[in-house]
Design a protein. Structure first.
Length: 387
């Protein structure tokens, strides 16, 4: 069976810097996933440029079919060694997953990648390779479902230097932290938790750019989200049959959409008033569907939660755990979805044209587009079906 590479990236800048000296490039092609993490020498603009050049060179060359020898040789010749400190201008880690199983890894002076199989840490099968005078640690093996790779920059293993810990967190302590988190289903939760822990150790003033890229091999999980009535009511029955017969989780967003499904299935909508909040209407339930929510308001709050989680906003991250429709939908999209199919009805809802209602009630399509965009940024695959 074909698996899905769930990829998540989180980072924080060195205190006082507007640009991050670390850079991660993620490239997906029809038959491969490429992840490159580079750590530019120093911090700020110069480090950002160096790291960006490294990731762009590596990702572009590998995507176009170049091998690791050509790629590393090009990087080395493009970014020479600093003559003052005799250090590479940029260190890097490269992961290329061919198909959904075969993985090739190249590491150069970055902290060793953390690899977990069956929930337990394992050493990668590394061997040394010298390319253009640089010693590269390479690994090649076959991935399995739930295998997890965690790439980190120096800022992670130095977290806490001069603060909570004299010598920083160090690699073994990071491993111990990951040992307790690796069972999380979503790559995003793993990377977010680790970066938040580093931020705390730095006492919210990072002494170095800090980046985590997590790759988790998951069984594809499709979530079908139906919102808005179809343009032609005569397709209502066909649409509901398609949803019911589809594999994966099923969500309805919108009262009209829920009424269509309930009518066609001859089922009742049961409202859970315990999930009512000041800003978000309560959720409902229909037999055969995983979640039923109100439409525009819930979608808007869901997008804000996911957006905040993506940017590391702790306030929005806390909202992910609340008992309301937006939080429930955000959790499903985050943890139980690798592929999102949006079934979008194109009928105009008269209620949304009422000038007495808040302006954001008239832009459901915009909220759907925002949701699609944030899901893609979370590494999910998104498709639309307009009805």
């Amino acid at each position: 069976m074909k698996y899905f590479a769930d990829v998540s990236v989180d980072s924080i800048n060195k205190h006082g810097e507007e640009l991050c000296g670390d850079k991660v490039e993620v490239v997906r092609t029809e038959d491969s996933t490429i992840v490159v993490l580079a750590d530019g020498l120093g911090s700020g603009v110069k480090a950002n440029i160096l790291a960006t050049l490294t990731t762009k060179i590596a990702a572009t060359m590998l995507r176009e079919g170049a091998d690791i020898y050509e790629t590393v040789d090009t990087i080395v010749k493009t970014l020479p060694v600093c003559q003052v400190r005799q250090l590479a201008y940029s260190t890097f880690a490269i992961v290329k997953i061919q198909g959904d199983r075969e993985v090739y890894i190249a590491e150069y002076d970055n902290p060793p990648i953390f690899f977990y199989r069956n929930g337990k840490y394992e050493d990668l099968p590394r061997k040394s390779l010298v390319i253009s005078g640089k010693t590269i640690q390479e690994s090649s093996f076959e991935l399995m479902e739930e295998d997890t790779l965690v790439l980190v920059s120096d800022g992670v293993i130095h977290a806490g230097v001069g603060g909570f810990m004299n010598l920083g967190w160090q690699w073994p302590q990071v491993k111990e932290f990951l040992d307790r988190r690796i069972g999380k289903k979503s790559a995003k939760i793993i990377s977010n938790d680790l970066v938040e822990a580093c931020s705390c150790l730095y006492m919210e003033k990072p002494g170095d750019d800090t980046t985590v890229a997590t790759i988790k091999i998951r069984r594809p999980e499709t979530l079908h989200l139906f919102t808005g009535p179809p343009e032609d009511y005569r397709v209502d029955g066909w649409l509901v049959r398609e949803l019911v017969e589809s594999s994966g989780k099923r969500v309805i967003c919108g009262g009209t959409a829920a009424n269509i499904v309930a009518r066609e299935l001859k089922e009742e909508i049961v409202v859970d008033y315990a999930t009512l909040s000041p800003d978000i209407p309560p959720v409902g339930s229909i037999k055969g569907f995983d979640l039923v929510t109100e439409g525009v308001l819930t979608l808007r709050h869901t997008v804000e939660i996911l957006k905040g989680f993506l940017s590391g906003n702790e306030g929005q991250a806390v909202k992910l755990k609340e008992n309301n429709g937006a939080a429930k939908l955000a959790r499903l999209l985050m943890e139980d979805c690798t592929n999102l199919t949006l079934w979008v009805g194109k009928a105009i809802n008269p209620a949304h044209q009422n000038p007495d209602l808040p302006i954001d009630l008239s832009i459901k399509m915009q909220e759907v587009e925002r949701l699609a965009d944030i899901m893609r940024r979370l590494g999910k695959e998104v498709s639309f079906r307009y009805i």
